[in-house]
Design a protein around this ligand. Structure first.
Ligand SMILES: [Ca+2]
Ligand SMILES: [Ca+2]
Length: 145
């Protein structure tokens, strides 16, 4: 079993919580799933049509993506130690994902689309997406998994 990337976990877990909190009309004892169902049932006929489901699901995905991006923004700001809105070579080396990949970590230049020697936030997102999908370097893991 691969470790699930954090991003995937956010995508699955965050929206359910966000929806539950975003429904003040829901009774306190109501389950999040019920609140979600009612929010998605836009014509309030007690059933979810295919269209309602599709629209609700799309909104969920959108919120999850926005939430994941907000979290990554916080990580980015933390990694940007000198606060110049870019991850330079030194900051890059201390990123958890880069350390975890060890010798297999690609060079910063690979994600530096603007070729200014630093990763701006959009470049950072591409990097996280790519590195989060890799298994950890053999040297960095203990045991068989
Ligand atoms: Ca920086
Ligand atoms: Ca750049």
């Amino acid at each position: 079993m691969n470790r699930l990337p954090m991003l995937a976990a956010f995508l699955v877990l965050a929206p359910a919580l966000a929806v539950a909190q975003a429904s003040p009309a829901a009774a306190p004892q109501e389950l999040p799933a019920d609140a979600m169902f009612r929010a998605w049932d836009s014509n309030k006929d007690g059933a979810l049509s295919k269209e309602e489901f599709r629209a609700g699901w799309a909104g969920l995905r959108q919120r999850a993506a926005a939430d994941a991006e907000a979290r990554l923004r916080v990580q980015f700001d933390r990694a940007d130690a000198n606060d110049d809105q870019g991850i330079d070579a030194n900051e890059y080396k201390s990123l958890l994902l880069v350390r975890r990949a060890g010798d297999a970590a690609p060079p910063l230049s690979r994600f530096d689309a603007s070729k200014d020697g630093k990763l701006q936030f959009p470049e950072y997102l591409v990097m996280v997406q790519e590195l989060a999908q890799r298994p950890a370097a053999p040297a960095a893991t203990e045991g068989s998994r």
